[in-house]
Design a protein. Structure first.
Length: 255
């Protein structure tokens, strides 16, 4: 934290900067739009509607990061202007502080998982080792939503563990509720990065195999997981005729 106060020089990741300016657009009432114009997005927008809205609707960045940034800006009443002598935007510091809070929350969830799976000593050891991980701190100060993603992922793991323990105790309703909570949290992970879809696929197969009644889990878990993704998919579809947005076309890029 001393480094954050004294040596933090702002974001270096283009994606972090892009998500921050989208968050600013949302906070200013401009909707999920961007001032970063991508030629492919322009081409797809013109092919879809024959004209372009300005500012452009963004279909490149996953929504979790920009939405969290917008919430931070609105709650704090952020002034985006630089004070004399400042080299780091107050918005960058606010985003980074929020990431630190998610990091701290992830440490708490890591401890709770370790204590319930093993014992308090191993739980504290896990937290200590995690705190010494350089990569975790790099993501905390990157401006990217990875710490928020980690927080919701750890929450999903804790919910799944609670579901398993409730199932072993014969509390089927409680077990299903925790599975659905884990499904919802993994949906938020997917809103941060598309890899969440693959994580949920593995989670769903495991839950169906272990949690009873299986038919309820097999039907309800995908519904709970997909429902929060539908607004984002619709936003992409009406903009570029593709529910996955511009990143989908990366699959066609030649090596």
């Amino acid at each position: 934290m001393m480094w954050f106060v004294l040596k933090f020089n702002g974001f270096s990741s283009p994606d972090a900067m892009d998500q921050a300016q989208i968050g600013r657009q949302i906070a200013n009432g401009q909707g999920y739009t961007t001032l970063y114009v991508r030629p492919l997005a322009m081409h797809l927008g013109l092919a879809r509607r024959g004209s372009l809205d300005m500012p452009l609707r963004d279909t490149n960045q996953a929504p979790l990061g920009p939405l969290l940034n917008a919430a931070v800006f609105r709650i704090s009443g952020m002034n985006f202007a630089f004070s004399p002598g400042e080299v780091v935007s107050p918005a960058e510091r606010a985003i980074t502080f929020t990431a630190f809070l998610f990091f701290a929350g992830s440490l708490v969830l890591t401890y709770l998982l370790g204590r319930r799976l093993f014992d308090p000593t191993l739980a504290l050891l896990s937290v200590g080792l995690f705190m010494l991980t350089d990569l975790a701190w790099r993501y905390t100060f990157s401006g990217l939503p990875q710490m928020a993603i980690l927080f919701f992922f750890n929450g999903a793991l804790l919910a799944l563990l609670s579901a398993l323990q409730a199932g072993e105790a014969g509390r089927r309703i409680k077990s299903v509720i925790f599975v659905l909570l884990a499904s919802l949290l993994l949906s938020i992970v997917t809103l941060g990065h598309g890899v969440g879809l693959w994580i949920f696929a593995g989670f769903w197969l495991f839950a169906v195999a272990v949690i009873r009644p299986r038919w309820v889990v097999s039907l309800a878990a995908p519904i709970v997981n997909v429902a929060p993704l539908l607004p984002w998919a619709w936003h992409n579809w009406r903009t570029v005729r593709n529910p996955f947005g511009v990143p989908f076309y990366e699959l066609y890029r030649e090596p």
